[in-house]
Design a protein around this ligand. Structure first.
Ligand code: MTE
Ligand code: MO
Length: 327
């Protein structure tokens, strides 16, 4: 008998959480089946699962917290991207400057994972990721994602509002920016041996942006801990901005009174600025931003101002019109 099980990304957005349950069930069944076969063949069962790009990391103890409750305020106008597609097409320069870094990224150790919150705060905080998760309001949100390279995807992220972390940090009134920094570990991330890049990867937001409802810290995707190549165990998701703002595998949140100089600004200031808000009418110096290519289907669709999130964020930029808001 042939039973057609619809794949999650073919379903309307309302199905994201059931899709997560589907994935967990499927992984379990696959694990049981593979384990049985390998055991019968007398092979070690530790690698029972043939690793797939979208698999949750095996060394992530937060798996038991998933799936998170879906926040219905964030809706999509398009289908979710096939998790296997976006898990095998990534930007994570720590592991190389090509898109096929997902296998190498599995080498990143994600426990223990300490997060430092410092700078202009009441008191410096050093907290282990699992203790931080226990303090944060966890939820799932469907977000679009638009890379400056003009490809796009739609992901059900799990995580918590960045605002909640800012509240935990208790910044001083002099703090105007939140600066986020990626881990530094050239032994596992060979890209970091390339001395011409200004490691560690750094980017930031104004406090107003960071405490906006849309600014999110993702810890999972598709209803489970996210695959390492997406920036496990925590990465930024600010969907009205180009992808390069979405700092991966964050180890430090620093509160500052000055606008930080970001990784991409240091490398190529004519092309990449601090604001990086999506705008179809402001071309990249080397290509148009009018349309974007959807990962998976390959369809070209029009790009939207603030990636379609203007109602949430346009007001943040009132009075800043003279600044380079769109690069
Ligand atoms: N640490 C770090 N974070 C990073 C990057 C990177 O190279 N290193 N690339 C950025 C870019 S350009 C994009 S488009 C997104 C890609 O996220 P994804 O691979 O999960 O789709 O991560 C962003 N965060
Ligand atoms: Mo990007």
């Amino acid at each position: 008998m042939l039973i057609k099980i619809p794949r999650g990304w073919e379903l309307p957005e309302s199905a994201a959480t059931p899709e997560a349950a589907y994935w967990n069930r499927r992984t379990l069944m696959k694990g049981l089946a593979a384990g049985t076969i390998l055991a019968a063949a007398g092979l070690p069962s530790t690698r029972a699962l043939a690793a797939k790009g979208s698999d949750a990391p095996a060394d992530d103890p937060s798996a038991k917290l998933y799936p998170f409750k879906k926040n219905e305020a964030f809706r999509l106008d398009r289908a979710l991207t096939d998790p296997e597609v976006n898990a095998t097409y990534n930007n994570f320069y720590e592991f190389g400057s090509h898109k096929e870094i997902w296998k190498d990224a599995q080498k990143l150790p994600i426990r223990p994972w300490m997060v430092t919150i410092d700078g202009l705060v009441e008191k410096k905080i050093e907290i282990a990721i699992d203790d931080l998760l226990a303090k944060m309001p966890l939820e799932e949100r469907l977000y679009r994602h638009r890379c400056v390279e003009a490809w796009a995807m739609a992901i059900p992220w799990s995580g918590f509002p960045l605002k909640a972390l800012v509240e935990l940090a208790k910044p001083a009134s002099a703090a105007k920016f939140v600066v986020m920094e990626t881990f530094m570990n050239p032994k596992v991330a060979p890209g970091q041996k390339q001395f011409w890049y200004p490691w560690p990867y750094v980017d930031g937001l104004t406090i107003e942006e960071a405490t906006n409802d849309l600014a999110f810290i993702a810890t999972g995707a598709y209803g489970r801990p996210m695959a390492k190549q997406h920036g496990s165990p925590l990465r930024l998701a600010v969907p009205w901005k180009y992808g390069f703002k979405h700092v991966k595998s964050i180890v430090r949140f620093s509160f500052a009174d000055k606008q930080p100089k970001t990784f991409w600004q240091t490398i190529q200031p004519q092309e990449y600025g601090f604001w990086a808000n999506v705008n179809p009418d402001v071309s990249h110096p080397r290509w148009s931003q009018k349309t974007e290519r959807l990962l998976g289907s390959g369809d070209r669709v029009p790009t939207q101002l603030y990636n379609g999130y203007g109602e949430f964020v346009a007001a943040l930029y009132a009075g800043r019109e003279k600044e380079p808001l769109f690069k």
